[in-house]
Design a protein around this ligand. Structure first.
Ligand SMILES: *Cc1c(COP(=O)(O)O)cnc(C)c1O
Length: 385
C-alpha cells in the first residue's frame, strides 16, 4: 500500500468533514462544553436568551421575529415548523427538487395536512410561473414550503423571488434554510416569511443537537392549537420562554452553550458576509481544482450554492467509489455519497471549519488516490457523459 504523503487533521486531530453536516468545528467550540449547568439556573437561562437573540440578529429580524429552539436534529425543527404553522385545515404547497423537499412532504402527510406538490428535477430550480399559477388556481393553499439550498444537489433556490410571489398571492411562506442560514443572505426585512428553520451544526459551525425556527412573532402568536404533537409545538415552546425563560423539557444545554461560542466566532469572522465569503472561496478552489482533474459538476455555476458540490461519478472503469472514499479517508478527508436520482454522483462539502488551504489539501489527496486507482487525471473518459 502506498503511504499518503500528507494526512490532514482538524484542530483536534480528527479527519476533516467535507460533508453536508454535522461538520468540522473549532477546538474552542468543543471546549465550550466542558462544564455543567442547571437547566433552570439563571446562568444557563442568560446564555440561552443570548443565543436566541443573536440568531434573530443574524436573521435580520430584530423587533419583528423571535427564535424558537427545538431539541433534536434539523428535521425536528422542520417538522415543528410545518406542524405548528400550517393549521389542521390548512393546505401546504411544497416546492420540491431534492430529498429534503421530499422529506417535508412526508412530514406534512404524516401530520394529516393537505398537500400540493410542485416538483422539478434535482438540477432544476422551481418553476416560478407555475408556482404563481398554482397559487392563483387553488384557493385552499394557505402555506408554501421552500428549501433555500437543497443540500441533495447543492442547488441554490431563488428564495427571494419565491417569497415575493407567495406574498403577492397573500399566502404564507415556510423556509428550510438549514444548510444556508448563517452563510447565505436571507434578510427577514427583505424576504417575507412566517418561519425559517435551521440548525446548530451547519453554517453556524456548532455541534449537532439543536434545531431552531426563526418566526415572525405576529404569525407565531396565531399558531395556538395548530400543533398535532406536544413536543414539537412551537407556540407552546415559545410560551414557556415568555413566561420564565425556561425550556419546557430538558434542553441540550452543552449544544446551546457551544452554539453561543460558535456564534461569537461567526461574528468575529464578519457575520453572514464573512462566513459566506470563506465558503465561496472554498467552493471556488474546490470546483476549479476538481475540474482541472477532469471531474464535472452536476450544476452550472449559476445554480451552485457555495455549500456542497455534486460531481458526476467518473466513467473510467478503474474508478471505484468505495476505494476513492477510503483513500481520501486515509488522508484525513471525509466525503459524501450522492443521493440523486438524476445522476450517479458523489458530493464534497465546503462548509464547516474548513479553509481554502484545506480544499487544496483535499485536491492533492484526490489526485493521489486517482493515481493509486489508475485513473488518468483529466482523461476524456472521465469528462464524458
Ligand atoms: C441538514 C438538512 C436538514 C436537516 O437534516 P438533519 O439530518 O435532521 O439535521 C434539513 N434540510 C436541509 C436542506 C438540510 O441540509
Amino acid at each position: 500500500m502506498p503511504v499518503p504523503s500528507h494526512v490532514a487533521a482538524s484542530e483536534t486531530g480528527d479527519a476533516l468533514l467535507l460533508t453536508p453536516g454535522p461538520l468540522t468545528t473549532s477546538r474552542t467550540v468543543k471546549q465550550a462544553m466542558v462544564h455543567d449547568w442547571g437547566s433552570r439556573d439563571a446562568a444557563f437561562i442568560r446564555i440561552n436568551r443570548m443565543v436566541m437573540d443573536r440568531i434573530v440578529e443574524i436573521a435580520g429580524g430584530v423587533g419583528t421575529h423571535v427564535t424558537v429552539p427545538m431539541q433534536g436534529s434539523g428535521t425536528f425543527a422542520v417538522e415543528a415548523m410545518i406542524t405548528s404553522f400550517v393549521p389542521r385545515a390548512g393546505k401546504l404547497l411544497l416546492l420540491v427538487n431534492g430529498a429534503y423537499g421530499q422529506r417535508a412532504i412526508r412530514i406534512a402527510k404524516t401530520a394529516g395536512r393537505a398537500v400540493a406538490v410542485l416538483e422539478t428535477p434535482e438540477d432544476t430550480p422551481p418553476d416560478l410561473a407555475r408556482l404563481d399559477a398554482m397559487l392563483a388556481g387553488d384557493a385552499a393553499i394557505t402555506h408554501v414550503f421552500a428549501v433555500h439550498c437543497e443540500t441533495t444537489s447543492g442547488i441554490l433556490n431563488p428564495i427571494r423571488e419565491i417569497a415575493d410571489i407567495v406574498a403577492k398571492r397573500g399566502r404564507r411562506l415556510l423556509v428550510d434554510s438549514m444548510s444556508a442560514f448563517g452563510a447565505l443572505e436571507i434578510d427577514a426585512s427583505a424576504v417575507r416569511y412566517d418561519a425559517l428553520a435551521a440548525s446548530s451544526n451547519k453554517c453556524l459551525e456548532g455541534v449537532p443537537g439543536l434545531g431552531f425556527v426563526v418566526c415572525r412573532e405576529e404569525a407565531l402568536a396565531a399558531c395556538a392549537g395548530n400543533a398535532t404533537t406536544l413536543v414539537l409545538d412551537l407556540h407552546d415552546q415559545h410560551e414557556g420562554f415568555r413566561k420564565n425563560g425556561q425550556w419546557r423539557f430538558t434542553p441540550p444545554i452543552h449544544v446551546i452553550v457551544a452554539l453561543g461560542r460558535a456564534i461569537e466566532e461567526h461574528r468575529a469572522e464578519g457575520g453572514v458576509a464573512g462566513r459566506g465569503g470563506r465558503y465561496r472561496e472554498n467552493g471556488r478552489v474546490l470546483i476549479e481544482g476538481m475540474r482541472a482533474l477532469g471531474f464535472r459538476t452536476l450544476l452550472p455555476d449559476a445554480l451552485q450554492a457555495p455549500i456542497i458540490v455534486t460531481f458526476h461519478m467518473p466513467t473510467d472503469p478503474n474508478f471505484a467509489f468505495q476505494r476513492f472514499y477510503d483513500g481520501l479517508k486515509d488522508r484525513g478527508y471525509v466525503i459524501y455519497p450522492g443521493k440523486l436520482t438524476v445522476a450517479d454522483s458523489f458530493r464534497m462539502g465546503c462548509i464547516g471549519r474548513l479553509y481554502p488551504a484545506d480544499m487544496r489539501g483535499a485536491l492533492t489527496a484526490v489526485r493521489e488516490v486517482l493515481d493509486e486507482l489508475g485513473v488518468a487525471v483529466g482523461s476524456p473518459a472521465m469528462a464524458a457523459e
